[in-house]
Write a protein that binds this ligand. Sequence first.
Ligand code: HPA
Length: 269
Amino acid sequence: MTQIEEAKQFILSKTDNLPDIGLILGSGLGVLADDIQNPVTIPYTDIPGFPSSTVAGHKGQLVIGELEGTRVVAMQGRFHFYEGYSMDLVTFPVRVMKAAGVSTLVVTNAAGGINESFEAGDLMIIDDHINQFGTNPLIGKNDDALGVRFPDMSQAYAPELKQLAETTASEIGVALKKGVYVGNTGPSYETPAEVRMLRTLGGDAVGMSTVPEVIAAVHGGMKVLGISCISNMAAGILDQPLTHDEVMETTERVKQDFLQLVTAVVKKL
Ligand code: HPA
């Protein structure tokens, strides 16, 4: 049995079936999982093949239940490349979700704003991404059972889901930006020169996650919606140093809007 299959069977032994909507909750955004009703909670450490998450603000568990009536499986905390996990491990949960029946993946993260019209606290629909990890989770022998060798990334973020999120946001009165997410390895934040470079390259926000998971999800044929919480302006834009505390404070401040938006979008999926 493959590791993916083993993890899938373990999860399915704890719950009848997995919903077809998966959520990956980023730094400070894991609170969404606390709103899930009738939760079945599975710590990552219990799941065969899952590493354990180490970052402050990341809980490290799978929560399966209902978000205002819609069944979802949420990852409360994710695995980052900068923690030293291989790309295979970073993307393993996405593979397992897909194998267990998840077909739509909502990925969220905290990110630094590169676009100078953004402000800390903004929510941004990910229109597209730029992979700056210097590697790709699909490097190595392709598993044809998971997806094709050369997956198309021209609509990595499903146009209909972006549209749905925008419509929903205006219905519920939540302001929403849209832009290109740049995925960097971290864990050091960018230098001001790097932020200027990323702006020239077409980036609107920068973070240390999401890109690997989205590549794996698209490879596996999942539909992806990405939402960034602009937790700070990227380095050099404001005259202040960047801290993880600021990231956590901002996500805490905007979590109501974030929760409302994700919940309303999920209801329509
Ligand atoms: N840079 C990279 N990752 C981040 C940032 C940032 O400014 N803010 C939150 N995650």
